[in-house]
Write a protein that binds this ligand. Structure first.
Ligand code: NAI
Length: 282
């Protein structure tokens, strides 16, 4: 089914996608484009890709059936413009964490052959050397077709994710950003801010980072994520993230005032409700 796929951005996600594709379609040739020469040479060395270039214009030479954009979301517009200029006719999708405005912007440049996608799978690691071939297996993958999306392009992208054992869900691009602004982007902001708070609480020769408990490590694992990737997500989904942070601040204020006023019963109620909701997550 797939013989030539081009991946723009050969980092953790692009590399994981390439490995998954190679396992499922061993005959498929994968061409990587990355502005970072060392990402291309590492990916070639690891045999994650079969060929590569730092020049997006080389996409044309490879004549792909599918282009997958796997760069930080702040680069999407320049990539869409470059692909449009090359007059690429094949289906184009992405792995970006923000959809909403981006999907409509991509469509303006690329037309109905663009299908937005966001695999809900990842880690705090970046770079092709950390790629995982089984990353998408059994994981949800949200696709965000619009009324402009070509039905054939949508089918191709949907079938592809299903063939990689992902659980495909269609969603409105803006609803996607509301949901993931709350359950993914805001928690990342909180983890980064928690590290900042611990740094500021370290004083007078007491380095609090020398005493990390299991909970602290679990909670802050995602603060090791790539700053450029997260800067782009925060800027692109700012409205939803700011609203979610405000709601979180209210929740924290409620807990804080219960602690300040020493209301043991109410604190137990608050924590029990949170535990019950958390325990329901599968
Ligand atoms: P990464 O930092 O591992 O890889 C990004 C790659 O893109 C790097 O090799 C970089 O050199 C390259 N790049 C940057 N600008 C470029 C440009 N203009 N042209 C070509 N290449 C360029 O990042 P990662 O984790 O692979 O993330 C990629 C995308 O996947 C992001 O949009 C992110 O939001 C999304 N995503 C990430 C997840 C994660 O857990 N890491 C999960 C789901 C989505």
């Amino acid at each position: 089914m797939f013989e030539r796929v081009c991946i723009v951005g050969v980092g953790f996600m692009g590399g994981s996608f390439a490995l998954a594709l190679k396992e499922r379609y061993p005959q498929c040739q994968i061409f990587g484009i990355d502005i970072n020469h060392s990402a291309i040479s590492k990916a070639l060395e690891l045999k994650t890709i079969d060929g590569g270039s730092t020049q997006i214009k080389d996409t044309l030479r490879f004549d792909p059936q599918l282009v997958v954009i796997a760069t930080p979301v702040g680069t999407f517009e320049e990539i869409a413009k470059a692909l449009a200029q090359l007059d690429i006719k094949c289906v184009i999708t992405d792995l970006g964490s923000v959809k909403g405005r981006i999907v409509y912007m991509m469509e303006e440049h690329l037309g109905g052959n663009f299908v937005g996608g966001h695999p809900i799978a990842g880690t705090e690691k970046s770079g092709v050397e950390n790629s995982l071939k089984d990353l998408f297996k059994g994981k949800r993958c949200v696709i965000t077709p619009t009324e402009k999306t070509s039905p054939q392009a949508k089918k191709m992208v949907k079938d592809l994710w299903q063939s990689l054992d992902a659980l495909v869900e269609e969603m409105d691009p803006y609803l996607h950003d509301y949901i993931f602004g709350a359950v993914s982007h805001m928690p990342h902001a909180v983890a980064f801010a928690l590290i900042d708070a611990i740094a500021r609480l370290s004083k007078d020769g007491v380095n609090l980072f020398e005493y990390p408990g299991g909970g602290f490590k679990d909670f802050t694992r995602i603060a090791s994520s790539d700053p450029i990737m997260w800067r782009d997500i925060f800027l692109e989904n700012a409205e939803n993230i700011v609203k979610a942070i405000e709601v979180f601040q209210e929740s924290l204020d409620t807990l804080k005032s219960l602690i300040v006023s020493g209301k043991a019963y109410e604190i137990t109620q608050y924590l029990s409700k949170a535990k019950e909701l958390r325990d329901r997550i599968v």
